[in-house]
Design a protein around this ligand. Structure first.
Ligand code: FAD
Length: 106
């Protein structure tokens, strides 16, 4: 299996990409699908300490899926929670769209 760092980078890419392509105006079923996905992802994530902490984060801060920006902001904050735990710099969530949706302005 991949190491925890490679797994993490690939997984955040997947999670932020899902948020980046999530509808601006999701239907009720799209909302419940993405919330179920995040919860199941947190149970199946193949780094057990990571999975346990991610489940804990979801328990205290439920995934928000009312719109793309809401989901993106939730994901950014969830990622920052891990960044803090690992002593990494936090990411400015106002830059989330630029990083994951639109790309930098030049
Ligand atoms: P990553 O943190 O993987 O980030 C990749 C890129 O995302 C960055 O280069 C940056 O451009 C961007 N980015 C950074 N922060 C944000 C943000 N807040 N919002 C949006 N974009 C951002 N590792 C452990 O050792 N212990 C754990 O308990 C642990 N738990 C994890 C839980 C989950 C759910 C996931 C997906 C990963 C977890 N990891 C854990 C892995 C860890 O988060 C990193 O992925 C890994 O350490 C590699 O870090 P990195 O510095 O390459 O960048």
């Amino acid at each position: 299996p991949p190491d925890v760092e490679t797994l993490g980078r690939c997984s955040w890419t997947l999670l932020h990409s899902i948020a980046a392509t999530y509808p601006e105006k999701p239907t009720t079923s799209q909302q419940s699908d993405v919330v179920s996905f995040v919860k199941l992802f947190s149970k199946l994530y193949p780094c057990w300490v990571c999975a346990e902490d991610f489940q804990g984060y979801i328990a205290k801060s439920a995934p928000k899926a009312g719109s793309r920006s809401e989901l993106g902001d939730w994901m950014c904050k969830a990622h920052n929670d891990v960044n803090v735990k690992l002593g990494k710099p936090t990411f400015d969530c106002s830059k989330w769209e630029e990083r994951w949706v639109t790309g930098p302005k030049d």
